[in-house]
Design a protein around this ligand. Sequence first.
Ligand SMILES: C[S@@+](CC[C@H](N)C(=O)[O-])C[C@H]1O[C@@H](n2cnc3c(N)ncnc32)[C@H](O)[C@@H]1O
Length: 208
Amino acid sequence: MEKSKPPQLYKQYFIDKNDERKTLFEKLVKLFPIKKGIYPGSFVHITPSFFIPEMTYIDADKRISKFFEETTLLSYIEENKHYKESPSVRGIQADYSTNLPIEKASFDIMFSFYAGFISQSCKNFLKKNAILVCNNSHGDASLAAIDPDYKLIGVITFNDQEYQISQEELTSFFIKKDGSSIDKEKVKRTMTGEKFTKTPYAYIFQRY
Ligand SMILES: C[S@@+](CC[C@H](N)C(=O)[O-])C[C@H]1O[C@@H](n2cnc3c(N)ncnc32)[C@H](O)[C@@H]1O
């Protein structure tokens, strides 16, 4: 049977830019028991669905309604998935900081990449002990680091086109170059992450 073509926006923004991040999601599902994930500010970054059977994507961009309605999307994911179950994919066009009709405390993992303060707005979607994978591009990792609802349990590095997860020497992260503590109000005001002595690609937190 002929293979499905990648959805056009996914091809344009992720495949053609060599930014699918497949090995990142592959390594996460090997390490943690993840069946159900949520990705606020995802745009059309559907790579998690190749590794996680049940995914909810949320983005304010108007283009995502049509993208997630395309019938060819599911067949493309079906052909590229690495699990036995049938994929479940939900795309919601909305502002993730509003009150959304999404089940609380029900997700095993949440992703926060380049899209604002998801660790704060969407915290309640995570189950107890669930995982938050978060980068510091807009300061979301800086906020999660000082949030008592989260505990740092790992970091993700990206070198030579390879993602690696490390769960060692975690106390050496989130140390500012000038030795001061994280300025929460400044991070919120500027939407810029604090500058730390070590800068991994992303951080892995566990929700208390
Ligand atoms: C730079 S893109 C990042 C996309 C994807 N997370 C990635 O890693 O490639 C930021 C996306 O976040 C979305 N976004 C930002 N703030 C949002 C909000 N409050 N609610 C929903 N989507 C939001 C934008 O519409 C945009 O598609």
